[in-house]
Design a protein around this ligand. Structure first.
Ligand code: HEC
Ligand code: HEC
Ligand code: HEC
Ligand code: HEC
Length: 444
């Protein structure tokens, strides 16, 4: 009897083991799991029309369209097109002699990119097509057909008929594979110049790099106005300034002071990647600006890219349990940065006034005056690198406060140098040289 029980038991174990081995073998030979989508239509390479991609990916498309209807302002950002010149009239002085003193508005959602660039007063008959570079999903196709140089050499108005679509799928994705890609040849070149090949980047890296197709500092090279990123020495503000100095580049001459000026664009990527806490922790732009949403069982990235302060539960709550606390931290950081930014502006305006006064003095020391101009150029670009960045310091608070401290210091040095050059210590008086200009409210 005992013998039979053992036999049955052994037989049972053998059957079980065979069953398990079979199951494992079956699982091992299954094809690898695919990302859960079946293409319904074939999307042409670089297809500019996002609605076609939307047939295959309705959730991504529907959320992308929402960027057109956002209009909620936040304290320092959001999607309402308010004027930075009205909000802070010092900027009219800081950009005197340059188009940014005419009109300078807060950014809005991706779907508005074409409407907004066509409405801006900064664009005139001398504007090159280069200014369309970050605004349209037609660009990847046009760049591959005509080359970036020929595209940039055209005038803005000449290119207008070719540009039909605002920012869309083709700016960030490769049709077919749907992987994130670098679509802007200027970014590809800048990475190459640093010995980097984006094709080797991880998926998490690409979740930030794809934004660098547009959210970066850039300048235009030569008469053809070829779009170029000034990253040859690196992407920190001092490395960018050193690069611009080495090629003698300037955007405009400051009237009366004759300082060769630099205008910063929107160095969101450079600021974020300059060792910010979140970047060092491996967090990407898309984590905060494109959080995951659910549609039944399917998980997808919100393509309604906007201020995370409008949906902090989704944007921050995936990682931070105390969402109220981190939102409060954003407020504290931004308020402090805003104060430091205004202090830098006051210092730069004083420097400008001092240099203008010194330039009028007949026996001014030309060498000291030039040194004052260089200090002004460096101070203002630092300030602008923070001011033109879109997060009022949140992306990298330590870096931002450090840059603003340097800007204020350099501006005060510029003011002192100008006084020295003019043998006129009275120029050192601060804050008494200007009254804030009144900016007319634009007709809506
Ligand atoms: C840890 C979260 C986080 C990460 C990561 C992040 N951001 Fe932000 N971003 C914010 C917050 C918070 C603001 C401030 C929004 C405001 O003031 O309304 C902001 C503001 C912005 C704005 C202006 C939004 C507006 O309302 O006008 C832009 C543009 C932007 N970020 C782009 C980027 C890019 C590009 C990256 C990556 C290089 C990035 N962000 C990484 C949290 C983040
Ligand atoms: C093809 C260029 C391009 C790419 C790529 C791009 N952006 Fe933008 N982004 C823009 C432009 C241009 C605007 C301003 C549009 C306007 O004001 O009409 C903008 C605006 C924004 C805003 C402000 C939205 C608002 O409601 O105020 C945020 C936030 C933002 N982008 C984040 C990102 C993030 C994050 C990425 C990467 C996942 C990214 N962008 C990729 C060009 C781009
Ligand atoms: C500004 C850049 C940008 C634009 C424009 C954009 N995407 Fe994305 N998309 C992303 C990012 C970033 C991710 C996250 C990818 C990842 O995690 O690997 C993503 C993810 C996706 C995914 C993977 C599933 C998911 O939702 O996470 C699909 C599918 C997709 N996008 C479709 C589209 C379609 C369709 C369009 C046009 C209607 C579009 N995207 C426009 C940046 C963009
Ligand atoms: C993908 C994960 C992730 C997301 C999303 C995220 N954070 Fe963080 N955050 C971190 C990590 C990791 C740290 C590093 C400190 C830590 O380990 O707690 C951090 C740190 C911080 C800090 C402290 C900064 C410092 O220098 O000590 C603040 C403030 C903060 N986050 C705010 C936010 C806000 C606001 C949002 C949403 C707009 C957000 N975070 C979204 C992961 C995230």
């Amino acid at each position: 009897m005992k013998k039979y029980t053992t036999l049955i038991l052994v037989g049972f174990i053998i059957v079980l083991a065979a069953g398990l081995a079979g199951t494992l073998l079956y699982l091992k030979n299954q094809p690898p799991q695919e990302r859960g989508f079946e293409p319904i239509i074939e999307i042409a390479p670089m297809e500019p029309d996002s609605s076609k991609w939307g047939i295959n990916f309705p959730n991504e498309y529907a959320t992308l369209l929402k960027t057109g209807n956002n209009n909620t302002p936040t304290t320092y950002g959001g999607s309402e097109k308010f004027s930075h010149l009205i909000e802070d009239p010092r900027q009219v002085i800081l950009f005197a002699g340059y188009s940014f003193s005419k009109e300078y508005n807060e950014d809005r959602g991706h779907q508005n990119s074409l409407t907004d660039v066509r409405a801006i007063k900064r664009v005139d008959e001398k504007t090159h097509a280069t200014c369309y570079s970050c605004k349209s999903s037609d660009n990847p196709r046009l760049w591959s057909e005509m080359g970036m140089e020929a595209y940039d050499a055209k005038m803005f108005s000449e290119m207008t008929p070719e540009i039909q679509n605002p920012i869309g799928c083709a700016n960030c994705h490769e049709a077919g594979t749907m992987r994130l890609i670098v679509t802007n040849p200027a970014l590809e070149a800048a990475l190459q110049a640093q010995g980097k090949d984006w094709q080797t980047f991880t998926r998490q890296e690409m979740r930030s790099v794809v934004c660098a197709n547009c959210h970066v500092e850039y300048y235009f090279v030569g008469d053809k106005k070829v779009l170029t990123l000034p990253w040859m020495n690196g992407t920190r503000v001092e490395e960018i300034i050193a690069y611009y100095d080495s090629i003698g580049f300037s955007d405009w001459m400051y009237p009366g002071a004759e300082t060769p000026m630099l205008k910063a664009q929107h160095p969101d990527f450079e600021m974020f990647t300059a060792n910010s806490t979140h970047y060092q922790a491996g967090v990407a732009c898309a984590d905060c600006h494109m959080p995951y949403l659910r549609d039944g069982a399917a998980k997808y990235s919100s393509h309604d890219v906007h201020s995370p302060l409008l949906n902090p539960e989704q944007a921050c709550g995936q990682c931070h349990t105390d969402v109220d606390y981190v939102v409060e931290r954003v407020k504290t950081i931004q308020d402090e940065v805003y104060k430091a930014k205004l202090a830098a502006e006051d210092a730069i305006v004083d420097a400008i006034t001092a240099i203008q006064a010194a330039a009028k003095v007949s026996d001014v020391d030309p060498i000291l005056l030039d040194e004052a101009r260089t200090l002004h150029r460096h101070a203002q670009f630092r300030w602008d690198f923070v001011s033109a960045e879109n997060s009022m310091g949140f992306h990298n608070p330590e870096e931002v406060l450090c840059i603003l401290g340097d800007a204020t210091n350099l501006a005060r040095q510029a003011q002192m140098k100008a006084a020295q050059a003019a043998h006129a210590p009275s120029i050192l008086e601060t804050g008494s040289y200007y009254t804030l200009p009144s900016v007319p409210t634009p007709v809506p």
